[in-house]
Design a protein around this ligand. Structure first.
Ligand code: NOJ
Length: 757
């Protein structure tokens, strides 16, 4: 039994002790999932095992009855799971065949991309992160699972926890932003929301931690692109959210499309075995991304399908999504000794374990056809709250809030665009169920006070024929609200952009409206940070919303009219232009750090200047080095002061901790929420550490004049990093610490970590 895990060994003993008994006696004796899996595995043929590794796609728009050959495949035990079977009668029929007509009656998994809502759509994940409140993400996931499970979906391909440092990358929309700690906390919250504490519960849905790993580091922000990630960066920055999800019991993980330092993730034994299984002891299931097994041929990592199957299986990939390399070649590879039988058994173990955890053997159709919760008032209220808490006020020169007696000219391509406000990765939500800004504002202010003319009917529109009507509408109103941004399809998978500017003629229309000299409020809905430099000086306020979902209209109206103050903060550094990307607050210093004192702007250089590097630091001559807005930034309708930072001790011992605290006071005239952020810098280390790293945060709400002492506990474990020998270490020495409203400011103190215990 050399090489077998203790669990497998004990199950093996159970099998030995009972294998002379009738089968029902063995099954009665099997009480744990491990035992049940081993008993079932022992009965399976090679073909049935390979069948379990097969995840079949089906278009949700497929017409006509289920093809006979598909039914036969299920009957023969050649499919383990489906994705995108959304017609209830098809799903029921396939599950019935699997359970009643296949030899072993193994139920199917039904997967779907339920990313930020099913029918009730919440803000996109980047928006949920902007709330800095993981509970919002947990609620979004719970509502998603309740609704989707009513349609028989028992497995979602979410949450995505890729670190995204490049806003050109379309999938930044689906991420929790650039910070590892935030990704960890939001990922865990969503896993708990989808799965609950008991995956066998009727509305629990298996979650998927994706994409393992490094997908967000795509060179140039172009989707699917190659990534070069040093191992310590991989371990310090990209892997921790997956580890946190694994520790939280996430049922599955999905490999990414990209290669990491030349080895595609789907065939990456170092990631899938050495780290995932040997270091983390993860026992869940690992699925490929769509065709990512056979895409290893295009990568140049496999000569053909057979080698792709061999590479993936030997790396430890359990289930293949949509391509059929396993189905076609695994049997042959095992016969030829190129893939070990034991390897296949492990793969099937992981898959069966997930099915048992979901209680599918007892209740294969446990969720179906209830439909009571879809778009319920409660779900819509939760989506509205999430959208409120996710909006970020980037600028406000006394233009907001406005009272409900104000007459408003409502302009812009996203003011009345139910589909576009939902954002990327929406398969099941419908635009007609969204409440737009126009609808919500008319309901709140009265239709007679809202003068609507979109000016542009969609975000990319370049023609100006609607401008006159928009300008006429603006002339009739006290204030102008322009709702623009990006359509849903301009971010998300395969939708990267080189320019971050507002698409189409939006800047031009804003420029025309600004000439009217009326308060001009810009509301943006987009899937990524937008370069607002060309127009930000022309507007009086900017309320930014990562696509806010079904209830975006009422949420934005609540914020504009001051029912509640904006409380979102940036989960990403906001560049001045796409050319600054990748850009992130927790970068390392160069030997020539950029600074205001040393900054040389392009126009400061004399003509025919002598060759010189003097004054040249790590900046652009024409764009400087600062972002437009720092990570963590966001305004409210109030103001906060930070004072009196204190440490419980100037030194931290190896097994001790220190408390870092400061007074935060609301010095404005309205109740508002502040996100108080704790940052640390390790000043000297074996590997250069980031100039700041987020270590904790608290979102607090204060009344006008109210003050609160906010305290954080810091421990040595939070200071750990991977050194040159790839050991996770905490080095004694000096540390900076800040309690701050964003990654650029705050109160500073320092402490030292000693060798003493
Ligand atoms: C490809 C995407 O990368 C992945 O995130 C998604 O879950 C699958 N397609 C399935 O739709």
């Amino acid at each position: 039994m050399k090489g077998l895990s203790p669990v497998v060994c004990s199950v093996f003993m159970l099998l030995l002790s009972v294998n002379s008994q009738p089968i029902f006696a063995q099954e009665q004796a099997a009480t744990t999932i491990e035992q049940k899996v081993e008993l079932l595995l022992a009965k399976m043929t090679l073909q049935e095992k390979i069948g379990q590794t097969n995840l079949r796609g089906r278009s949700s728009r497929a017409k006509g009855p289920l093809p006979d050959n598909l039914k036969a495949t299920v009957r023969d035990g050649n499919v383990g799971a489906f994705l995108n079977v959304m017609k209830p009668e098809e799903r029921d029929e396939l599950q019935r065949i699997a359970v009643e007509e296949s030899r072993l009656g193994i139920p199917l998994l039904f997967g779907r991309d339920v990313i930020h809502g099913f029918k009730t759509i919440f803000p996109i994940p980047l928006g949920l992160a902007a709330s800095w409140d993981p509970e919002q993400a947990k609620t979004a996931a719970r509502v998603s699972a309740v609704e989707a499970s009513e349609y028989g979906v028992n497995w979602t391909f979410a949450p995505m926890m890729d670190i995204a440092r490049d806003p050109r990358w379309g999938r930044i929309a689906e991420s929790f932003g650039e910070d590892t700690l935030m990704a960890e906390r939001f990922a865990v919250a969503m896993v708990k929301g989808f799965q609950t504490d008991d995956l066998s519960a009727p509305t629990a849905m298996a979650a998927t931690a994706k994409h393992l790993v490094g997908y967000g580091a795509a060179e140039g922000g172009r989707d699917y692109n190659t990534t070069l990630i040093p191992q310590n960066e991989l371990r310090d920055v990209y892997l921790p959210p997956f580890k946190a999800a694994a520790d939280a019991g996430v049922a599955s993980m999905m490999t990414s499309f990209n290669d990491i330092n030349g080895v595609p993730a789907t065939g990456n034994r170092f990631i899938l075995k050495d780290i995932l299984r040997d270091e983390w002891h993860y026992t869940g299931m690992v699925v490929s991304d769509w065709n990512s097994v056979t895409e290893m041929i295009a990568h140049g990592y496999a000569a053909d399908k057979k080698q792709a199957a061999q590479r993936a299986a030997n790396a430890g990939l359990d289930m293949e999504m949509t391509s059929d390399a396993y189905e076609q070649h695994l049997a042959e590879l095992i016969e030829q000794g190129q893939v070990d039988q034991q390897q296949l058994d492990d793969m099937v173990r992981h898959i069966l374990t997930m099915k048992f955890r979901l209680n599918l053997f007892e209740h294969p159709g446990r969720y179906q056809n209830i439909r009571s919760s879809i778009l319920s008032a409660e779900h819509k209220q939760q989506a509205r709250q999430a959208a409120i808490d996710s909006a970020i006020l980037l600028k406000n020169q006394q233009a907001l809030p406005f009272d409900t007696n104000t007459s408003i000219a409502l302009i812009g391509p996203l003011a009345d665009a139910g589909h576009e406000q939902m954002g990327t990765w929406v398969f099941d939500g419908r635009g007609e169920n969204s409440i737009t800004v126009k609808q919500a504002m008319q309901a709140t202010l009265g239709a007679d006070k809202v003068h609507f003319a979109s000016g542009l009917t969609y975000s990319r529109m370049k023609t100006t024929e609607g401008f006159t009507a928009a300008i006429n509408a603006a002339k009739q109103a006290d204030k102008i609200v322009f709702v623009g941004g990006e359509e849903s399809i301009l971010s998300g998978e395969a939708h990267s952009r080189a320019s971050l500017r507002l698409p189409g003629a939006q800047e031009q229309l804003i420029t025309e409206l600004a000439k009217l000299d009326k308060p001009l409020i810009l509301v943006v809905m987009a899937g990524r940070p937008i370069n607002l430099l060309p127009i930000i000086d022309k507007v009086d306020a900017v309320l930014f919303n990562f696509h806010p979902g079904t209830m975006g209209g009422p949420a934005i109206t609540d914020l504009l009219t001051g029912v509640v103050s904006p409380s979102g903060r940036l989960p990403v550094t906001w560049p001045k232009a796409g050319a600054q990307a990748p850009i992130y607050y927790n970068h390392r210093n160069t030997g020539r750090p950029a600074s205001d004192e040393n900054f040389v702007a392009i126009d400061d250089i004399p003509v025919q200047a002598w060759q010189s590097s003097l004054g040249n630091n790590s900046h652009y001559l024409d764009l400087g080095f600062r972002p437009a807005f720092p990570f963590g930034y966001g305004l409210t309708y109030s103001r906060f002061s930070y004072s009196n930072i204190q440490l419980s001790s100037p030194t931290m011992t190896r097994d001790g901790s220190i408390a870092v605290s400061a007074d935060i006071q609301n010095i404005g005239s309205r109740q508002a929420a502040e996100v108080v952020q704790l940052y640390v810098r390790d000043k000297v280390a074996d590997v250069v550490r980031p100039i700041r790293e987020l270590k904790d945060w608290q979102k607090i709400t204060l009344k006008p004049g109210e003050s609160q002492r906010v305290s954080f506990t810091l421990t040595p474990a939070q200071l750990a990093f991977y050194n040159q020998q790839m050991q996770q270490v905490t080095e004694a020495g000096e540390f900076d610490v800040w309690i701050a409203p964003d990654a650029a400011g705050g109160l500073h103190a320092s402490f030292s970590l000693t060798e003493q215990h």
